[in-house]
Structures are given as structure tokens and as C-alpha cells.
Design a binder for this molecule. Structure first.
Ligand SMILES: *Cc1c(COP(=O)(O)O)cnc(C)c1O
Length: 349
């Protein structure tokens, strides 16, 4: 097999959903955010595992993702679309029974005109200034919109991964101000908000990243393993160089493995000469530059040439690699390329 094998533990996804669900009161519904192909892990198997664990409400970024998810889950679960109702979306929203989270007066009027009576929610801006209606805009149309029976009012936290950040309380107060007294379910918390505690939970939480085993959910069960086959090994004499731009030079006799993955598979060049792969529990330094399809690894200290090396395993998480690369686990996961063989395991398999 010439490609890396990305193993996705669906039991870990399910147990992360249950663990996040257990952090809110029984009356609070825990939904699941599965946008961007379930953060790169494959929306159909991941969403089915979440549904089996008990999730009955899902969130995606755009209507096209909602259509794919509807086909995977069947007619029953609720599917919400964060980007709302974009021009030309009426057919897909209606055909796949998707609930747009409307972000502006233009979206609201466009939606009511195009799909009268079709369920919708409203996204409010509590301070992040990314999506949703501003407080004064919302105040001007609250009565009119409430007359159309929105099914959910939501907002999003900008700094929830920093529990002590004053922005959290500020956004909480703004969300209360915009929604208190309205007879509609409310949602403010993604993964970070779930961890901030009950004040932030309202009626519904919608975690994403924590389900997939990454920060800020420190207690998450790891979900992904990535095993990459060794294509070739060789011995280098002191003074020989490795890879593009000669960026690494052997200063002693070195055994080198070339493995079958690179930046086209989402392994960023930013970990060139810095990342580490593992042979079971033995770290093996990545030497030279990450190239498009290949990575070179120093295996001098191993007893024998390995058949595969692991990038993600119990030894190293997506957050570990994110830290070396100067990014976040979200980006490492959603960058994982389409070339890996994705293997889904569950039931102790
Ligand atoms: C992506 C997203 C979420 C999920 O966030 P996580 O940090 O991955 O839990 C929730 N709400 C909105 C609006 C989002 O864009």
C-alpha cells in the first residue's frame, strides 16, 4: 500500500460527544458541528457514529455540506447551516430540509420570500463581528422576525478557549440582552463554551473540535492515528545532505527513511527539520524539507528499518504537531488530505 493510513476511531468520537454532553445539565441538548467534512475526518461515518451516540441535531457551514449530511443521516435529524440562506440556496435548503441560521436582514427577507414557512434560526453578533445581526439591527426587527417563528437563536464566542478572557462575560451579557424573554431556544457554546460552565450552555450546545479529540477539550479521547509507509531506506556518510535546498546535513553516519506523505497530504512544510515521527514509542526526527509527497526521517537509532512510521498516535497528537507548526489542531485536522486511506474503527475493532 503506497499511501498513509488514517485511522479514525468512531468510538472515541462517540465517547467525546458523551463526555461533552455530560458537562451540561440533562435538559440541555448537545448537538454536533460537522462542517468541513467533520473537520476532515469524513462526515458520513462520523455523523452516523454521533447519531448512534445520541446526537439529534447537526451544524454545517454551507448548504452543500448539509445536503451530503442529509443523505448520510436520513430524514429525521435536524441540520442547521451557519452561513444561512445564500442566493440560489432555496432549492437545496428545501429539498434537503436544512435549517438556515439567518445572519442579516437581507437573508431574513430573502428567506421568507423564497421559502415562506420553511424553518430557520437567527445568528446574532454578540461581539465577534464575523457573522450574525448586530444588536441594534436585531432590536429593530425582533418583533417582525419573532412573528415568523424562528426555531433557534444563536451566537458564537470569540475567546472561549481562554476561560479568563473578559470577552466571554461580555459576549454572554450581550447575548442575554438580545435574547432574554424571547420564547425561542438559544445556543451560545461551541466546545470552548461547553467547558466555560452552565452559564454558557443555554438550551443547546454545538461542539465541534472536542468531538475530534483536540484542544480546548483537554480530556478528549484521541481520535486519529496516521501511519505512513516507508518507501526506501539508505545510509548516509557524514557530510551528505538531504532533500530540497540541502537543508539538512548528516554530521555522523546516518540511516534515513523516506516515507509516502508530504504537504499535499496536509503535513505542512512548517514542520521541516522540526517535526518528529514515531516508530512505536521511539521518536524519529524529520530531517530536511517536507516535500509534496515525501518526508525524510532519521532512523539511525532504530534496531532495524521500519515498514511504517506514525505521525499521529498515542505518542503525538494533532495539537502537538499544531504547536510545532505554529497553528491549531483545527487546521491540522482540516488539512488532512484526500490521498490517505481512511479506516474507520469501532466496537473495539
Ligand atoms: C465551527 C463552529 C462551531 C464549533 O466550534 P468548535 O470550537 O470546533 O467546537 C460552533 N459554532 C460556530 C458558529 C462555528 O463556526
Amino acid at each position: 500500500m503506497g499511501t498513509g493510513i488514517l485511522t479514525i476511531d468512531l468510538d472515541a468520537v462517540a465517547s467525546n460527544w458523551r463526555a461533552l454532553d455530560a458537562l451540561s445539565a440533562p435538559g440541555v441538548e448537545t448537538a454536533a458541528t460537522v462542517k468541513a467534512d467533520a473537520y476532515g475526518l469524513g462526515v458520513a461515518p462520523v455523523a452516523r457514529a454521533l447519531h448512534a451516540a445520541g446526537a439529534r441535531r447537526f451544524f454545517v457551514a454551507v448548504a452543500e455540506e448539509g445536503a451530503v449530511l442529509r443523505d448520510a443521516l436520513g430524514p429525521e435529524p435536524a441540520i442547521h447551516v451557519y452561513s444561512g440562506h445564500m442566493p440560489g440556496d432555496a432549492g437545496i435548503l428545501s429539498h434537503h430540509a436544512l435549517i438556515p441560521m439567518l445572519n442579516s436582514i437581507e437573508q431574513i427577507t430573502g428567506h421568507i420570500e423564497a421559502l415562506p414557512g420553511h424553518p430557520f434560526g437567527v445568528q446574532l453578533d454578540s461581539g465577534m463581528n464575523r457573522l450574525g445581526m448586530e444588536p441594534d439591527e436585531w432590536a429593530a426587527v425582533t418583533r417582525l422576525v419573532m412573528g415568523q417563528n424562528p426555531v433557534l437563536l444563536m451566537s458564537h464566542l470569540a475567546c472561549a478557549d481562554e476561560p479568563d478572557h473578559p470577552m466571554n462575560a461580555q459576549q454572554l451579557a450581550a447575548f442575554h440582552q438580545m435574547t432574554d424573554g424571547l420564547p425561542v431556544p438559544r445556543s451560545l457554546a461551541a466546545t470552548g463554551g461547553v467547558l466555560l460552565g452552565p452559564d454558557y450552555h443555554f438550551d443547546l450546545t454545538r461542539p465541534g473540535i472536542g468531538l475530534y479529540g483536540a484542544l480546548p477539550f483537554e480530556d478528549a479521547a484521541p481520535v486519529v492515528q496516521l501511519s505512513i509507509p516507508v518507501i526506501q531506506t539508505r545510509s548516509l556518510a557524514p557530510g551528505e545532505t538531504v532533500g530540497y535546498a540541502n537543508s539538512w546535513t548528516a554530521d555522523e553516519p546516518t540511516r534515513l527513511a523516506t516515507i509516502a506523505a508530504g504537504y499535499a497530504d496536509g503535513i505542512t512544510r512548517h514542520i521541516s527539520n522540526q517535526g518528529v515521527l514515531f516508530h512505536d514509542d521511539i521518536p524519529c526526527p524529520l530531517v530536511g524539507r517536507v516535500s509534496m509527497d515525501l518526508i525524510t526521517v532519521d532512523i539511525t537509532h532504530l534496531d532495524s528499518d521500519p515498514e511504517t512510521l506514525q505521525l499521529f498516535s498515542v505518542m503525538q497528537t494533532v495539537d502537538d504537531i499544531a504547536e510545532i507548526a505554529g497553528t491549531i489542531g483545527y487546521e491540522v485536522l482540516t488539512s488532512l488530505g484526500s490521498r490517505y486511506a481512511r479506516r474507520y474503527v469501532s466496537g473495539g475493532a
